[in-house]
Design a binder for this molecule. Structure first.
Ligand code: SF4
Length: 697
């Protein structure tokens, strides 16, 4: 019989960075179903298919319900928590004793609550002596972090979602907003200004189809394009010299550098016509409120930081920042990538501080009441460097939390081999069946979103609340609880006496943020977050903001020491793996549907979501190429890169141009093909373009 709820509460969705509010309907304190929250300022009563189905993955039959330890026969077998934790400590300590503290590292995630990330970062680095720890946010947002830090002086996405509704020109770059961030797209659809929507993407995505103009440029020619647009704007005097003079530095050098980016040169490099370039610039000039948005098409590139900064440059030089409907706006991926950016203690010391600065280490040690010597004085290796560390024999033990690199890492087969070389691999996850968990020596069963409490920070810097509305199955524990136990078994529990609960850690995070651009000292606690529908940072003590939707830089003051924003230029570089006679196609990868999330770890548990997406891997291929190869719709083709080959069904479509193919990232084998190149500043992997060949099966 259908259960009738006796109570309703609110939580923030645990999939993407939009951070929608959901009403969870309870019976006897347990969630039985949910509906979108009409009062939440983010989603205004809407949810995408993943949000509607968010409870289903909790009930999957392959949940990890007990710790699993690999036995002498190579099989994972159930053990008690005590055995698991003793093994965890004994094995990692033995590795550290034999090879040094740096030989054990961790890979974290943008999927756990901020308080857990903070605890993990503190425990691993201050308690367990690790130097190296990174997050899967490296695959997602590292580029935007570096771009903002250099341009603004702090990792600060400046916008609020209301800007989608208030722009009159919206530039979307490498963003299939329609399906990757469907609720943001809905917010854009609410825009009453009949905005120009300009989409820059090699592929005719769902978003490009709905745009007023689509610029289907050659893969990764975006940096050249935006320098070319800057050139036209400067040539025609369509810049805001007053804003540039008052609030920025290094414009003159930038101007000199883009002088060579003539329409003829840019047209040649991008494959767009000079008329298209002129019209792009004219549309920007004609807008009173122009906003520039980007996501993975920019971030996951060999020169992503410079591309992101080229968009920031366009916003700055046209004065399109700090006003309603404007901004240089990076859209985050995961539900808590922004929490990771501020409080994970991986790349940077807590709350935007720096491991390499003595005054920062002193300050953080004082706030936390810990000896300064336990804080590392060097930065961690980035994700790819940790993996390289395994190859070089320097990293021997790895603790992976709530992420699935055996599926998601670039050039996957190499990683599979390297995971096998580890002396001890611990995977802490809600399922024991992920491609990564299956390779672990020890699996720690973790509670899921909605089986624990804490906060997420969404793309517009809004801190939202997650509540416990369901019981974790079997012996699975909240990640927070697992970290407490690890601290106790490791013998460093004394350092974390104050870290008693997620809300206690939230209070610690407030102290860490005091005086920083992300200051949240004015947020009393969880009740206030719940009552206000989330709160955007900054929210310093004594803050009295008129609205709950705030953008940054309204006063033109940035976070760099001179309070000015900085223009940056670097000459575009060639694709790391360009096409050639042997591998004549460019492989594009990306999201395939609003119904699927990343490696499908959770979304494949929902029959509803599975029905919305092809089970079998497919490749989008142009009719011209299909004819050349002799392929019909739905036939199997072989796609080969220099690293591996896979089979996929042909989906013959004009969404891709001749010479380009697209394979969604959600399938397990897509990343066998991708080429391991990285942005030199952000170390973000360049998933978006590599060389392949295609043939009939
Ligand atoms: Fe959840 Fe993102 Fe969908 Fe909103 S758009 S319901 S946050 S997955």
């Amino acid at each position: 019989a259908r259960l009738k709820p006796d109570q309703t509460t609110t939580v923030v969705c645990g999939f993407c960075s939009t951070g929608c509010g959901l009403n969870v309907h309870l019976k006897d304190g347990e969630a039985i179903n949910l509906s979108p929250n009409t009062d939440y300022p983010v989603n205004l009563g809407m949810a995408c298919p993943k949000g509607w189905e968010a409870l289903t993955p909790l009930r999957a039959t392959d949940r990890a319900t007990a710790p699993l330890l690999r036995n002498a026969r190579g099989k994972l077998e159930r053990v008690e928590w005590d055995v698991a934790l003793r093994t965890f400590v004994d094995r990692f300590k033995a590795i550290q004793d034999a090879h040094g503290k740096e030989s054990v590292a961790f890979i974290s995630t943008g999927q756990i609550v901020t308080e857990e990330m903070a605890f993990l970062g503190a425990l691993a680095k201050f308690g367990m002596g690790m130097l190296h720890g990174d997050g899967n946010t490296r695959q997602c947002m590292a580029t935007a972090v570096v771009a903002y830090k250099e341009a603004f002086g702090f990792d600060a996405p400046p916008y609020t979602y209301r800007d989608f509704e208030e722009s009159d020109v919206v530039v979307l770059v490498g963003s299939n907003l329609c399906i990757a961030h469907p609720i943001m797209w809905e917010r854009l659809c609410k825009n009453k200004n009949r905005p120009e929507i300009l989409v820059v993407d090699p592929r005719k995505t769902e978003t490009a189809m709905a745009a007023t103009a689509h610029y289907a440029l050659n893969p990764k020619s975006d940096l050249t394009l935006f320098y070319g647009i800057a050139h036209i704007l400067i040539q025609r005097g369509w810049i805001d010299q007053g804003y540039i003079d008052a609030h920025t530095v290094d414009f003159e050098a930038f101007k000199a550098n883009v002088e060579d980016f003539t329409p003829a040169r840019v047209a040649e490099a991008t494959g767009l016509s000079e008329a298209q370039l002129a019209s792009f610039a004219e549309k920007i000039h004609s807008g009173k409120r122009v906003s520039f948005w980007w996501t993975m098409g920019v971030n996951q590139s060999h020169e992503g930081v410079r591309v992101a900064q080229s968009l920031i440059n366009l916003a700055l030089m046209t004065g399109n920042i700090g006003r309603p409907g404007t901004g240089a706006n990076s859209i985050t991926g995961q539900c808590n990538a922004m929490g990771s950016r501020m409080f994970s203690n991986t790349t940077g010391l807590f709350a935007g501080h720096d491991f390499t600065k003595e005054e920062h280490r002193k300050k953080i040690a004082g706030i936390l009441g810990i000896p300064e010597e336990v804080i590392p004085t060097r930065n961690s290796l980035a994700y790819d460097q940790i993996i390289e560390g395994i190859l070089k024999g320097k990293i021997k033990g790895l603790w992976i939390i709530a992420t699935n690199p055996a599926h998601s890492w670039i050039n996957q087969e190499d990683l599979h081999e390297l995971l096998g070389r580890l002396e001890f691999l611990v995977v802490q996850d809600m399922y024991s069946t992920t491609e990564t968990a299956e390779r672990a020596h020890l699996v720690l069963p973790a509670a899921s979103w909605a089986e624990k409490e804490g906060t997420f920070i969404n793309s517009e810097r809004r801190i939202g609340l997650v509540k416990k509305v369901a019981r974790a199955p079997g012996q699975a524990l909240a990640d927070f609880h697992i970290f407490q136990l690890v601290a106790q078994y490791w013998g460093c529990g004394e350092l974390f006496k104050e870290w008693k609960s997620p809300e206690a850690v939230f209070q610690i995070m407030k102290r860490l943020s005091k005086g920083q651009p992300c200051d949240i000292t004015g947020i009393e606690g969880y009740a206030m977050l719940d009552e206000r529908g989330g709160i955007q940072w900054p929210y310093p003590e004594g803050a009295a903001f008129e609205t709950n939707e705030r953008r940054l830089f309204e006063d033109g003051q940035y976070y760099r020491p001179d309070q000015k924003a900085k223009f940056t230029f670097q000459a575009p570089r060639q694709l790391p793996e360009p096409t050639d006679e042997q591998y004549p196609f460019t492989l594009l990868t990306g999201r395939g549907s609003s119904s699927q999330w990343h490696t499908q770890t959770r979304t494949k548990k929902s029959a509803v979501l599975q029905r919305l997406y092809p089970k079998e891997i497919y490749v989008e291929l142009s009719p011209v190429d299909a004819k050349k190869i002799g392929i019909e719709m739905n036939e199997w083709v072989v796609i080969a890169s220099r690293r591996a080959e896979i089979k996929a069904r042909a989906f013959v479509t004009n969404s891709v141009k001749p010479g380009e193919i697209f394979v969604p990232m959600h399938y397990e084998i897509t990343n066998k093909l991708t080429f391991p190149a990285f942005d030199q500043y952000s170390r973000q992997p360049s998933y978006k373009a590599c060389a392949v060949k295609v043939r009939r099966e």
